[in-house]
Design a protein around this ligand. Structure first.
Ligand SMILES: Cc1cc2nc3c(=O)[nH]c(=O)nc-3n(C[C@H](O)[C@H](O)[C@H](O)COP(=O)(O)O)c2cc1C
Length: 151
């Protein structure tokens, strides 16, 4: 059975909600998913899964989650060739050019590991509540599975 690791960072719960939606959508497709909080996750664990999804919040005008900095640093030393990934995140459009920049930073770091960017990243404004938000997160999961299984 194909496997996925979903790693989230959250303060007020929005990114955990996004991660839960992605996890449910992956499980609906028969994927065995392990979801965990970023400070409780060793980046080396990513080597054990077929698919990787990171779901970070963005803080302080473009900052990465503080409790995820070790994970981010370790990620940059990994070779994840053969894995597929995507990144989702909730931020706040109020922060304009800094909206969800942690999503871009994690995406770039994962690209540099040699993993394949197999589904378009998703940026959500605050809580994932609208029909459109749910559709985008489901689409991420569907594309990730489609582009992993068929590789
Ligand atoms: C002090 C502060 C700074 C923030 N800075 C940013 C930012 O630079 N970019 C962004 O997109 N969102 C920013 N946000 C908004 C949060 O990322 C947003 O509320 C997000 O949904 C929080 O996710 P969480 O519920 O998983 O903690 C900021 C929020 C606070 C309180």
């Amino acid at each position: 059975m194909p496997t996925a690791k979903v790693v989230f960072a959250t303060i007020t719960g929005n990114n955990e909600d996004c991660a839960d939606i992605i996890t449910d959508a992956l499980e609906d497709q028969g994927i065995e998913v392990d979801e965990s909080e970023i400070s409780q996750t060793d980046a080396n664990e990513l080597k054990n899964y077929d698919m990787i999804v990171i779901v970070p919040y963005t803080y302080d005008e473009g900052a990465l989650p503080e409790e995820g900095l070790d994970f981010f640093e370790d990620l940059q030393h990994l070779d994840l060739t053969g894995k597929t990934f995507s990144v989702a995140g909730s931020g706040d459009v109020f922060y304009e050019e800094f909206f969800c920049v942690a999503v871009d930073a994690f995406s770039k770091a994962l690209e540099q590991t040699g993993a394949t960017h197999a589904a378009e990243n998703v940026k959500i404004n605050l809580a994932p509540e609208s029909e459109e938000d749910l559709k985008k997160l489901d689409q991420l999961a569907n594309d990730l599975v489609k582009n992993t299984i068929h590789e």
